[in-house]
Structures are given as C-alpha cells and as structure tokens.
Design a protein around this ligand. Structure first.
Ligand SMILES: Nc1ncnc2c1ncn2[C@@H]1O[C@H](COP(=O)(O)OP(=O)(O)OP(=O)(O)O)[C@@H](O)[C@H]1O
Length: 225
C-alpha cells in the first residue's frame, strides 16, 4: 500500500538531509503512529506520502504507483486516494460546517445534491451533524479537528494521514478524536498519525515509526524493542 525505498529529503540543493535513507512498508489497513522530536521530519515524511512534497532521492509508492514519478495530471487521483489533515486545518471560516465538507466533493465533480448527502454522512461519522449550520469559528478545538477529519474522509480515501491531530486538545477531546480515527481504521482505512502524545500512542499503538535526526526506528507492538 505504502512503500518507501531509500528515501532522502532535503529542502533545497545545498541544505542538509531532513530524512536520510528511509525504507519502510505500510500494509493496507494498518494504524501507524509517527513519533519523534520536534523538527525531526515527521511532517516531511507524511507530506512525501501524500504527494505534497517530493523525495530528493529514492522511491515512494502509494497504492502501487510511484508517486515521485507521477505526472501532474495524475495528482487528482492521489488527492482522492489520500485524505490529509495538516497541523493547520485550513478550515474555511467564511462558510458553514456543511459547506466546508461539501467543497472537496464539488471540486471532484459531484452534483450539489449528492455532495450534500455525502457530506452529511461524513459529519454524522464524526458526531457533528447537529452543527452543520454553524460557522467553524463557533466550534471547539476538538470539534474543528473532527470537522477537518470529515472533510478529509468525505472522498472515501483508502489512506488517512493526520499531522498532530490532538495537539492543543485536552485528554477527553484527544480520546474522542482517536476513537474517530479508530472507527475509520476498523473499516479498512490505512491510518497514519504523527504525534508527540505518548499517552495516545501507549493506549492505541500497533506500530510506531520513530523519526530522529539521522536515525529511524520501526517499532512494532508486541515485538521486542
Ligand atoms: N518547506 C520547507 N522548507 C525548508 N525547510 C523546511 C520546510 N519544511 C520543513 N522544513 C525543515 O525540515 C525540518 C523538519 O520539519 P518537519 O516539519 O518535517 O518536522 P516535524 O518532526 O514534523 O516537527 P514538529 O514536531 O515540530 O512539527 C525542520 O528543520 C524544518 O525547519
């Protein structure tokens, strides 16, 4: 499903490697955490997999496609295959909760009617149906994260990627967010979550990819460290 082979990433020609010689495989339906100190390259790794950044060297395969070689015209396909929630959720505060979720469907060419029905189904899955007419600014931090999740999954991606989705949330909101991810993971969505939250990983970990400056660890639950 996701395979990186000898991937290097630096930003700019003469700058240092943020990621150096990373190889990994993530199978369909896995739930994987990406951990590591600030600045180590967690977001960079997620962006390479989502096709938002390009590897400087090495190959990145998603759903059997070399996305580092993907022509620009194939990018919409990748956008639909991978739902992404970045650290800054980029919610649109000039329209309603429902309209925020409808927008990616309209962009993908759906009729307004079927887009509204699917957007409502997505809001239902994250427990926000009763707030569809609110402005996102009126939502709590945890609710805004859930809205960002609804928007990311409304196109039914096979892969869901989230960058620090529980940062700045209290414990109960973080648990609720995690239960939403687990629900999607349980119906087969491959889920990658970058986090600093040790408690979250301890409670949910199946596999942790730990990114440190110059080092990389693939820690599978149940395997000796
Ligand atoms: N677009 C960019 N241009 C130049 N340097 C960048 C860019 N994006 C990230 N970097 C640098 O790459 C390094 C890794 O950043 P990244 O955001 O991947 O780390 P991170 O592990 O996700 O950090 P954090 O936990 O603080 O979010 C940092 O030194 C950062 O300054």
């Amino acid at each position: 499903m996701i395979e990186l082979q000898h991937v290097f990433k630096s930003y700019g020609r003469n700058s240092r490697n943020i990621l150096a010689d990373i190889s990994l495989r993530i199978g369909a339906g896995e739930l994987v955490f990406i951990s590591g100190p600030s600045g180590a390259g967690k977001s960079t790794l997620l962006k390479l997999i989502a096709g938002l950044e390009h590897a400087s060297r090495g190959s990145v395969q998603v759903n059997g496609q070399r996305i580092d070689k993907l022509p620009a015209r194939a990018l919409p396909y990748l956008r639909r295959a991978v739902g992404i929630i970045l650290q800054d959720t980029h919610l649109l505060f000039d329209r309603s909760v429902l309209q925020n979720v409808i927008l990616p469907l309209i962009i993908a060419g759906q009729s307004p009617q079927s887009a509204a029905a699917r957007a409502r189904a997505a809001l239902g899955k994250v427990g926000l149906l009763d707030k569809e007419n609110f402005n996102p600014i009126e939502l709590s931090g945890g609710e805004q994260q859930r809205l960002a999740i609804a928007r990311a999954i409304v196109n039914r991606p096979a892969i869901l990627i989230a960058d620090e989705p529980t940062a700045n949330l209290d414990k109960d909101s973080a648990r609720l967010i995690m239960s939403v991810f687990r629900d999607f993971n349980q119906v087969g969505v491959t889920t990658l979550i970058a986090t600093h939250d040790e408690a979250l990983m301890a409670e949910n970990a199946t596999r942790i990819l730990r990114v440190e400056p110059g080092r990389f660890f693939d820690l599978r639950a149940g395997e000796p460290a």
